[in-house]
Design a protein around this ligand. Sequence first.
Ligand SMILES: [Zn+2]
Length: 189
Amino acid sequence: MAERSLIRALRGGNSTKIVTLNGKKLKKMPSALEKLTGLRSLDLQNNQIPKMCPQLSTLTQFQHMKLREFYCEGNPLFRKQPIYAGQQEDLWNLREITARFIMNQLEERNSFIMNAIEEYPDIKDKISQGQKCAICEKSFLTTWLECVQFVHPSKTWKISKNLKLIPLRVLLCSQRCFCQRGPNVFGIA
Ligand SMILES: [Zn+2]
């Protein structure tokens, strides 16, 4: 039945705005969808699609503001097989160590560093790109552990009702903080 819906959608060409292929036992994303440049809503929920089709990226490029809604729940898009991560030593280069020191001293309002930094606009500019660890809230610049945290969506969000948990990107400063993470936080390999 998927073919019939797809043929109908393709026949519509640029005027096709919505394609619903929910529960059609699809094993891959139909690459022909890329021809539907006017597509606004694509529903591929509850199929057996293991990966994104590269052609689809042409539709999802945000700057063109074409595809507004995309539903892909209920597909084996990522493997839910956590693996044990071996403990590694934190190894930062001198630049990272120095940047962390300066950023954290500024955070503590160290007046000597605060005055000195005014003389070095380049450094000020660089450390302005620093980010904060989700666990200890200390700053880091170029070295972090990328994690994902699964949270329950807020009732005010406009999302599919089927979505029970939302993955949020979380950055941690060190292995030490990684060891203190909550049960819903997973490292990304
Ligand atoms: Zn931390």
